[in-house]
Design a binder for this molecule. Structure first.
Ligand SMILES: [Zn+2]
Ligand SMILES: [Zn+2]
Length: 239
């Protein structure tokens, strides 16, 4: 006699069969009312055990259900498969921000959002500047970005913000880094600040070339570090 047969006979010993073919469970039930047999190895689901020893299978996503309305009849012939997909994983929705400006704290001239600088705003993770801007002015059109007059990325003070298209932004930054006309460092048209901007920028090569007034191969060489390789360490302040 196999262990399984032995287990089945011990389970059946706690059942009472009647003339109508019901197999009434006399043992205990678990908290959810399921016929449960306490075996040495742990609790056994009686309905499932009898269903399986009678040759039934329980596909994934299915459970077994008694057809006799009391639920105490565990006869395999009175049991049916019941499709029950697993519950969808609960995704915790990020906390939406209603009033982004209320999160800001003063920092010098600016009002900044400490730590991340980003908030959940209308279903997206966005920079604080965009959330503040959109809260005040409505959605930003595609292709436009919210920029800072104050150069402080975490700043969300509305007066420091303005809208810009990407190519405009590259050009403005280029203007800031370009050497003034007439000032001549040999052939170089770029500065180290410009070089660092170019290396960090995601703008296209031609966009950068136009903005900085250099050829696009100059931009390529800068990006691949064929030129402008070693930044000299800053000289100690005079005095
Ligand atoms: Zn029954
Ligand atoms: Zn600012």
């Amino acid at each position: 006699m196999s262990d399984q047969d032995d287990l089945e006979s011990r389970v059946r010993a706690q059942c009472m069969e009647d003339d109508a073919g019901h197999l009434w469970w006399q043992g205990r039930t678990d908290r959810r009312g399921r016929a449960t047999f306490d075996d040495d190895g742990g609790s056994v689901n009686v309905r499932r055990l009898l269903w399986c020893t009678a040759g039934g299978k329980v596909p994934e996503d299915h459970t077994l259900q008694g057809r006799c309305h009391t639920g105490r009849c565990v006869a395999p012939a009175h049991t049916r498969l019941f499709h029950r997909p697993p519950p969808a994983p609960r995704v915790r929705a990020p906390r939406e921000v209603r009033h982004p400006a209320s999160l800001l704290v003063a920092s010098g001239e600016c009002m900044v959002l400490p730590r991340t600088g980003t908030v959940y705003w209308q279903g997206r993770l966005v920079k604080i500047a965009r959330a503040v801007w959109e809260a005040a002015n409505g959605p930003v059109e595609k292709g436009w970005s919210v920029c800072h007059r104050c150069d402080t990325a975490a700043c969300g003070l509305l007066e420091h913000l303005y809208l810009q298209q990407p190519h405009q932004r590259v050009r403005e930054t280029a203007d800031r880094f370009r050497l003034p006309l007439g000032e001549d460092h040999g052939q170089a048209k770029l500065t180290w600040d410009a070089v660092e901007f170019i290396r960090a920028s995601t703008a296209s090569r031609s966009e950068l070339a136009e903005a900085f007034g250099v050829s696009s191969s100059t931009i390529r060489k800068v990006r691949f570090r064929e030129t402008w390789r070693h930044r000299p360490s800053p000289s100690p302040p005079a005095g």
